[in-house]
Design a protein around this ligand. Sequence first.
Ligand code: GRF
Length: 219
Amino acid sequence: MSTNLKKIFHKGVEFLFIIIYYSFFCAVLKKSKMKRIILFASGSGSNAENIIKYFQAKKTAEVVAVFSNNPDAKVLKKASNLRVETHIFTKEELNSGEVLRKTNEIQPDLIVLAGFLWKFPDDIVAAYPNKIINIHPALLPKYGGKGMYGMNVHRTVLENKDSHSGISIHFVNENYDEGAMIFQADVLVSDCQTAEEIAIKVQELEHIHFPEIIEKILK
Ligand code: GRF
């Protein structure tokens, strides 16, 4: 190889290394700046899975952990399959500050309750003002409060012959389903014969809107 060709070759290799180094640096920087989400869920976790996948694809934020009170909850398997760390806790750990200690270690930008059935403790609510949100499968203030979850909500909507149902995404405060409203969307349910049909329509809305609203909040 002539001296000139060697020089060009070396310059090329040098340039390639700079590009690789720069891309690596950008990727690390982006990841360190990425907003961190903790999900709390007690059940099947279709919303949790949907949110995890949404942010794994878009990389505008990251679900860093899933917390559950239920060791048998399907959400745990779903999270593990998507390589998200999971934490199971007892009522005692939730109410004694142990769960707060763990969330503080993780330093989330947002805590998302996606089908979490226990009352969220005041110490965590106080530690994360305007950083905890919940989704409710009805148009609050209708059908909120203790005992109003899952199929109970949809059965009541059916019994009351409501023409519409929907979803409510709201901040979490000390009282069940009473924090400031962030977003609502409704859907026609007067054509539904069963509570299950209503549940399907409402879940569709949840899957469409919940990740996008989380993304907006984190901007
Ligand atoms: C959703 O309907 C949500 O609105 C409510 O709990 C349900 C959780 O469903 N808070 P999934 O476990 O995400 O399928």
